[in-house]
Design a protein around this ligand. Structure first.
Ligand SMILES: *Cc1c(COP(=O)(O)O)cnc(C)c1O
Length: 414
């Protein structure tokens, strides 16, 4: 549709090019079939634009699942990776690593936490948080404290412990026996949480804004009440900000909208500007429960990943990217409300910043496909929620283009 509108630099000659059909055939033959993929093979990205293997261009409102917050191939991240790759890529955590220490300092200075553990993904960050919460609780309150309460519709990752923490049975089915010590409560119900706290409870783990579950933000009174209950019962409060953190909601961390400080924060997705890196942050008193030998990750915070993360986070904070997200996010939300007024099958528009969802009364997959055909990539969460998680650097003009396509896609409904 919007083929070759000239907004792209020429494709790098180093990229040897198969066409879409060839890439799909090769992938289907050799890559394990764990993903329900869309028949699209991007080969080049720049800002909020993607180009596929057949030369078609797309406005990308998925951003690698809330990873490419600075857009594709941000020059600051590219430059940092190039320079670090030529100098030192990996040495292991047997040694001290300068960019890792600098990235830890930046995260501490911009959060309520004091210490950082680096890893490679969101699930791994949450594994670390679960281990730290248990170690802290057993040490502080006794061996019977191990249970972590999480929310229904939450998403915390795909490892055994994190699918168990995830309050959605569909992610757990077929993988038992699951680790013990998790309990689920409806999100945004303080009463349910209060009733769920028992003699074994050691922590509460929540996403301040649920992402995979369908873009559901915590209520202000709920989060404040959760903090209060945690204080009363000596529980650690863990915020999984893997998706909603790092500028996505219009503040550096989503909890900063609420003025409710957690004890542990987990991060990943946008942290490396597209390079894989995760982090688990904790307040000093909790972090002290880990001593040398308790937890580790071979790749965690290696020089290359840390240099990418440092460049990405400095850019996010210094280039007014978070402010841009708040402004353009409000603009996009307003435009989505305009669509809601027009189409009766849009039940609700919700979210914060550029983590926005449009709940439909019908399945969303068909609209994702129609948007793709017209040159816009969006995603569907929880079956019927169109999720918009574009790079945070998009402009109002990008939003106008996206809304025009979305409007046409929704209007096509039979
Ligand atoms: C994506 C996500 C995870 C898992 O991150 P991975 O890097 O895929 O392991 C965990 N929590 C939340 C809230 C997420 O959105």
């Amino acid at each position: 549709m919007c083929q070759g509108d000239g907004s792209f630099d020429t494709l790098s000659e180093r990229v040897t090019q198969m066409n879409t059909k060839e890439i799909i055939a090769l992938s289907d033959k050799y890559v394990m079939h764990t993903y329900g993929r869309i028949g699209l093979a991007p080969v080049q990205g720049q800002g909020a634009l993607l180009r596929d293997a057949d030369g078609r261009e797309y406005l990308d409102f998925v951003g690698g699942l809330a990873v490419d917050s600075l857009g594709h191939c941000h020059p600051a991240v590219v430059q940092a990776i190039q320079a670090q790759a030529e100098t030192l890529m990996h040495v292991s955590n047997l040694y001290y690593i300068q960019p890792q220490a600098e990235l830890a300092e930046l995260l501490v200075q911009n959060s309520c936490c004091d210490r950082v553990f680096f890893c490679n993904s969101g699930a791994e960050a949450n594994e670390g948080a679960i281990k730290l919460a248990r170690k802290y609780a057993k040490q502080t309150h006794g061996p019977e404290k191990y249970e972590i309460i999480t929310a229904e519709k939450s998403f915390h990752g795909r490892t055994l412990a994190t699918i168990t923490a995830t309050g959605q049975p569909k992610y757990q089915q077929g993988f038992g026996p699951l680790p013990q010590g998790f309990k689920y409560v409806p999100f945004n119900s303080l009463e349910a949480l209060q009733n769920a706290i028992g003699p074994h409870t050691c922590a509460v783990m929540l996403e301040p804004v649920q992402g995979e579950g369908g873009v559901i933000a915590a209520d202000q009174a709920y989060l404040a009440g959760v903090r209060e209950l945690c204080n009363q019962h000596g529980l650690l409060l863990i915020f999984d900000e893997v998706q909603c953190g790092l500028g996505r909601t219009g503040k550096f961390l989503a909890y900063q909208h609420y003025g409710v400080d957690p004890d542990i924060i987990t991060l990943a997705k946008a942290l490396g500007g597209g390079f894989p890196i995760g982090a688990m942050l904790a307040k000093q008193f909790a972090a002290d429960a880990f001593v040398p030998g308790d937890h580790a990750s071979t790749f965690g915070g290696n020089p290359l990943a840390s240099a990418a993360g440092l460049a990405a986070m400095r850019t996010l904070l210094d280039d007014q990217v978070v402010e841009n997200c708040a402004r353009v996010g409000a603009y996009l939300e307003e435009k989505l409300r305009g669509l809601q007024n027009k189409y009766h099958f849009i039940r609700e528009v919700r979210g914060l910043g550029l983590l926005l969802g449009m709940e439909l009364t019908v399945e969303g997959g068909e609209y994702v496909k129609r948007c793709q055909q017209q040159g816009l990539l969006i995603n569907c969460a929880a079956g019927n929620v169109l999720r918009l998680i574009p790079p945070l650097i998009i402009t109002e003009q990008d939003v106008d283009r996206a809304i025009t396509i979305l409007d046409a896609a929704l209007g096509d409904r039979d």
